[in-house]
Design a protein around this ligand. Structure first.
Ligand SMILES: Cc1ncc(C[n+]2csc(CCOP(=O)(O)OP(=O)(O)O)c2C)c(N)n1
Length: 283
């Protein structure tokens, strides 16, 4: 587990570089991977109770990647905690070995709790898992799920939102990647959902809204979660930038998914390293 903001930011830098190396080889959902890199790094490398050597431990926290197309950022974070090697993700991605591909699949990868990819299902499943933990008398584990903001337009999300409150699932933590873009346009033009945080508040959830690309703030919000045996579900509405960290990808619909060439890879890595040096040398 990493503790300091420096270590976590360095880990997020490494994840971004791994994502870009993979993106140099295969088409991945790079925009939505980069937008949640900081959240996923803090979640997997600081917050979650998860032992790669005992994936069925009843006391583990559970994770459901509702925006299932962000499988690559999940795999690289799982590699960072020892589930497998990061090189294996790059080597095996989209091959017949099948452990790693554009969506997460639990039939071939034991570190994936639930197969996802069809949007709108992760939160309902996470609710069921949280309710099951309660029935089994587990008062310490939490269920985390990460969703897209475009995904919020699925009706199944709002049935789950209502029921999570009704069943008092304080062990459920939903995270919305509020990057303002979907696959083929801006959120406001497509869903017209308005204020997402306010909607969760109306349903009686504990709502925290913050910058999802600021590791200090993300860590503080995980630190101040209500206990797992509390009664009100929490949602983090995280304001993020799609393509975060790569200037030519940021806020660009074209980079929902794609591939980069060798020259672009070199340029991205150079700028990411420079930005990290600038940030930490001035402290
Ligand atoms: C039910 C369903 N409809 C459509 C798709 C195709 N699809 C894949 S990603 C995506 C955009 C999702 O946007 P958002 O939730 O905002 O994710 P992000 O921008 O963070 O990648 C869509 C429509 C899908 N995977 N599942």
């Amino acid at each position: 587990m990493l503790n300091s903001v420096y270590e976590l930011e360095k880990a997020a830098l490494d994840i971004r570089k791994q994502l870009l190396s993979l993106c140099n080889k295969e088409v991945i959902h790079i925009g939505g991977d980069l937008s949640i890199t900081d959240i996923m790094t803090v979640l997997w490398q600081y917050q979650m109770k998860y032992n790669p050597e005992n994936t069925k431990d009843e006391k583990r926290d559970r994770f459901v990647l509702s925006k299932g197309h962000a499988s690559a950022v999940t795999s690289f974070n799982q590699a960072a905690i020892g589930c497998f090697k990061a090189e294996d993700v790059i080597k095996e991605y989209a091959t017949d070995q099948g452990r790693f591909s554009m969506h997460s699949c639990n039939l071939v990868n034991p570190f994936v709790e639930v197969s996802t990819g069809s949007l709108g299902h992760g939160l309902p499943i996470a609710c069921g898992m949280a309710a099951a933990l309660r029935l089994k008398g587990n008062t310490t584990s939490r269920v985390y799920t990460v969703m897209g903001d475009g995904e919020q337009s699925e009706g199944s999300i709002w049935e789950a939102v209502a029921n999570a409150k009704r069943y008092q699932l304080g062990n459920l933590v939903a995270i919305v990647d509020y990057n303002g873009l979907e696959a083929d346009g801006f959120l406001d033009e497509i869903t017209g959902l308005g204020n997402i945080a306010e909607k969760y508040r109306t349903f009686g959830w504990n709502v925290k809204e913050f910058d999802g690309n600021d590791i200090t703030v993300i860590k503080q919000n995980f630190d101040s979660l209500p206990p797992a045996d509390s009664m009100i579900p929490t949602v983090f509405v995280c304001h993020t930038v799609k393509g975060k960290g790569v200037s030519f990808m940021e806020n660009q619909m074209r980079w929902h998914a794609g591939k980069i060439n060798d020259e672009q890879l070199e340029e991205c890595i150079f700028h990411l390293d420079k930005a990290f040096e600038r940030r930490w040398n001035k402290c």
